[in-house]
Design a binder for this molecule. Sequence first.
Ligand SMILES: C[S@@+](CC[C@H](N)C(=O)[O-])C[C@H]1O[C@@H](n2cnc3c(N)ncnc32)[C@H](O)[C@@H]1O
Length: 358
Amino acid sequence: MNYYVLTLFPEMIRQAAGTSILGRAIRGGRIQVHTVNIRDYSVNKHMRVDDYPYGGGAGMVMEAEPVCRAIEAAERETGQGTRVVYLTPQGKVLNQTVVEELAGEENLILLCGHYEGIDERVLEEKVTDYISIGDYVLTGGELGALVLIDAVSRFVPGVLSNEESAQFESLQDNLLEYPHYTRPEEWRRKKVPEVLLSGDHRRIEEWRREKSLERTRERRPDLLERSFQVTGGWFGGENCGVLVRSLTDAVSRYGSCLDLNRKKIRRQGRVFGERELLILGLDPEAETPEDGRPWRNLRGRGTPLVLVFPKAGQEPPAAEEMEKQGFRVLTVFSGSLQKLSEETREYAIQIRKNLENL
Ligand SMILES: C[S@@+](CC[C@H](N)C(=O)[O-])C[C@H]1O[C@@H](n2cnc3c(N)ncnc32)[C@H](O)[C@@H]1O
């Protein structure tokens, strides 16, 4: 991943990005952080890049031309079509889904404003994404750019070591993470919860899920409202099952599974609620069982549904019926099994974005 940070204070970026995990990632060639000094593109003999605002009022505004030239200089390195992110309190607040999505890019141009901001015309012309790092106002975009670089780089392969990396962390599925403990077992009369010492992985997982929900309910009830309980269901060959399970795991740490190859499960069926998501994978090679279509006993209550059909150029057969059974089809992923398996992460991000918009 190559970042091009357009700033009036390049040393601020270089210093912060050169230390700790980011510094290691730069030295190891996993990421590159280039700085472009906007002042170098000043069109003024005093190297000024700001001027008074039209219409009066306090503060100065960064001029369009130097900003535009600085962006074009970065574009000459990255090629056209690179996303240009303006860090601004007026942007979409950065979250883990956006972070993961940006991590899929090869190059990112990050524009840092100062003073009252930047002439609107160059923003209209060049900026593709407006991102805020929170609902407060900073003196400049540099800290925002660094926050974005830090969060995005964690998803760049090789940036985190095995010990540091984690498939899921707080927020990825709109849940805060469970509490962590390390040695000693007892510290100032406070003991590590007994379950964590039990070695029983199923109980530990249950405990973590419970704590995760409890913590989110207490600290971020707004997140919980946006959280979905995810179930991956499939019918057909093992490959289809593996695909659905990996997609389910990529969308939610606590997803559960429904194997519709099992007659009992098909007969029992299930009713899904509004805050649930069903990812249903149907193997195109599988024949309809004697007891009828495998999804016939699945009912939704406006439940979002993702259909996965590992066959190129064809729509899955279930879409219409599932709509009648109370689901609303959010997305259909069809294509070769190989393509779907390779792009699981991109699909998971797409699903999370769709859920955010519900
Ligand atoms: C003082 S701010 C300008 C704020 C602007 N007058 C407004 O009300 O939207 C200067 C620069 O800091 C950066 N900045 C301020 N708050 C930010 C935030 N919450 N997230 C990202 N960047 C921010 C932006 O690049 C902005 O151009």
